[in-house]
Design a protein around this ligand. Sequence first.
Ligand SMILES: NC(=O)c1ccc[n+]([C@@H]2O[C@H](COP(=O)([O-])OP(=O)(O)OC[C@H]3O[C@@H](n4cnc5c(N)ncnc54)[C@H](OP(=O)(O)O)[C@@H]3O)[C@@H](O)[C@H]2O)c1
Length: 213
Amino acid sequence: MKVSIIAIETLCGRITPAGFGSKRDRVFLETARENTDASLIGAGSLREGDPEFRIRDGSIPPKRLRAIITNSGDLPEDRSIFKKGPSPIIFCPETVFTRLEERFSKKAHVVALSKTIDGMLDLKEAFSFLERHGAGSLLIEGGGMLNYYALKQGVVHELLITLSPKLIGSVREKCMVYGEGPLGSPFMDSELKSFKVLLETGEIFLKYRIKQV
Ligand SMILES: NC(=O)c1ccc[n+]([C@@H]2O[C@H](COP(=O)([O-])OP(=O)(O)OC[C@H]3O[C@@H](n4cnc5c(N)ncnc54)[C@H](OP(=O)(O)O)[C@@H]3O)[C@@H](O)[C@H]2O)c1
């Protein structure tokens, strides 16, 4: 399965607070959804936002898979993803499976996964599940922690990054990729495949291939 991470970041590498992208960046994201069969987000992004994974015409495609990943099982039940569109998939560990199945019985499909040695869920297992349900491509829509573990587990093929002409500088804001320790030795290498400069908004749309995948 082809796996892409998509994100918009400031010139200082931050992805929060939400909502700093232009309308053109929104179209870029919605088009990327149209070009993929599934989206995955970390539980943090659901706790802090209310993503629905709409495409350019404003619809939620009925056959496109939408998935959330959590270790803690701490998911807000009142989010739109549980009310609109096809039922999402929740990936979780065995320890919270029964609790989540009870809470989300009619609102989501709960799937238990095993953990890797870093204590996080095995994303290869998650992606096999998505493949078995028809997904040939996946868009990881953040946040920074999920991005980190996906890169660390070696399952990402490309990065679709919008560089926004903004700076925030606060250590309280989330980075595009963050976690324990470096991803490589110390760097993980990527190769620039394409770029598009949008002078009207000051944004640059970048596509990188991750080298070791
Ligand atoms: N600018 C952008 O492009 C962009 C894109 C997406 C999100 N965001 C922003 O990013 C912020 C959230 O980022 P974040 O880094 O705090 O959170 P995140 O990556 O969305 O979520 C982190 C949480 O996801 C779960 N998780 C991630 N990888 C996992 C794995 N391999 N196994 C098990 N659980 C896993 C864990 O959930 P539990 O804690 O439940 O165990 C973890 O604490 C939000 O404010 C959002 O608006 C920005």
